[in-house]
Write a protein that binds this ligand. Structure first.
Ligand code: FES
Ligand SMILES: [Fe+2]
Length: 354
């Protein structure tokens, strides 16, 4: 991963709290070990209890604010380094305050450190990040995002890249169809010479929009492996792009998320699964290689873009290629303001060259 300094980060974005975000790979979490992560500017300490359950606490002691990750975790409780308060990490409930005597009336059990809902899916620890200042988190949470799979046996791969720009730039870069021939030029993918006009159907879905089923770009060689596939691409708030390619009983799916690390930096995670030739051991490494190269090209471009964004330039979104980006901004504003409005009232056809 690339270290991102504050000077290279562009302007901040508004953040969508009250949803699930991937914090880190869950296999990093082992009993007795604490891992740190930053999500939406919230410092987290994550770990796995002896019974296998994973947890995510706000990495700040409610007593005097030292990171809890500086202390100790025995697989059952997290103990603060400063005055030794102990917390049950899934609930955040304080279990012990060592300085208390019989003369004290304070009940440790009434004190809670911040603890967030945390679930394992597809090898990621997903954390529900509530609105700052929210007290108790209700039980009615949205479902934890999951990569769709269409058979029992499959292979999967994942990759991650830090981006020095805010989440909005990460997301619109992800859905931007016009950068492909320039950023992702490669003999096995496509070249500038192959640019041609595209016509795509979009339709509204809850919290997002769908690029309706179509045969993938005829100029994309890897898709030729699949026969006659049908592809669906969904974007769903706050940050998810689901791609599903199916051809008979063969399938490939991916879930790409762009997660705000802070208000001005983000991280892209790509998770993919497929049952095509899943018995061939090389497929995982080949797919990871191609996917990693693809993401590195986006990452490198966004690092360069961030150099420009530091100067806060005025920006443009043009028709039709930037229309998905416009929909994203409208959906996001509707969500932040709670208006329930949707920018698409029905199917829309877009045209662009890429
Ligand atoms: S700061 Fe954590 S116990 Fe005092
Ligand atoms: Fe890209």
């Amino acid at each position: 991963m690339i270290e991102l300094s504050r000077e290279t980060a562009g302007p901040p974005a508004e953040l969508i709290f009250g949803d699930w975000y991937p914090a880190l790979r869950s296999k990093e979490l082992r009993a007795g070990k604490m891992s740190r992560a930053l999500l939406l500017g919230v410092p987290l300490v994550l770990g796995r209890k002896k019974d296998g359950r994973i947890f995510a606490m706000r990495d700040l002691c409610p007593h005097r604010g030292i990171p809890l990750s500086a202390g100790w975790f025995d697989g059952e409780t997290v103990q603060c380094k400063y005055h030794g308060w102990r917390f049950e990490p899934c609930s955040g409930q304080c279990k012990e305050i060592p300085s208390l005597t019989n003369h004290d009336v304070l009940e440790p059990g009434k004190i809670f450190a911040g603890a967030y809902p945390c679930e394992e899916r597809d090898g990621y620890a997903w954390v529900y990040v509530p609105e700052p200042g929210t007290g108790r988190i209700g039980d009615k949470l949205p479902p934890v995002p999951e990569l769709p799979k269409f058979s029992e046996r499959y292979r999967s791969a994942h990759l991650v890249a830090d981006l020095p720009c805010n989440v909005d730039h990460g997301i619109i870069g992800l859905m931007d169809p016009a950068h492909g021939p320039f950023v992702h030029q490669a003999w096995w993918w496509r070249s500038k010479a192959s640019i041609h006009e595209k016509t795509k159907q979009f339709e509204p879905i809850p919290q997002g929009f769908r690029m309706s089923p179509h045969a993938p770009s005829s100029n994309s060689a890897p898709y030729k492996l699949l026969g006659k596939p049908v592809t669906t691409i969904d974007f769903v708030l706050p940050n998810r792009r689901y791609e599903t390619i199916r051809a008979g009983n063969r399938w490939f799916t991916s879930l790409t998320t762009v997660t705000p690390v802070t208000a001005s930096t983000c991280r892209i995670d790509v998770l993919a699964a497929w049952n095509i030739a899943y018995w061939v051991p090389f497929v995982t490494s080949i797919a990871t290689f191609f996917g990693a190269r693809f993401v590195r090209q986006d990452q490198q471009t966004m690092i360069e873009q961030a150099e420009g964004l530091r100067f806060n330039p005025a920006l443009m979104l043009i028709d039709d290629a930037d229309q998905p980006a416009k929909w994203y901004f409208s959906l996001k504003q509707a969500r932040l303001k709670g208006t329930g409005e949707h920018p698409l009232s029905g199917p829309v056809t877009l045209h662009w060259r890429s």
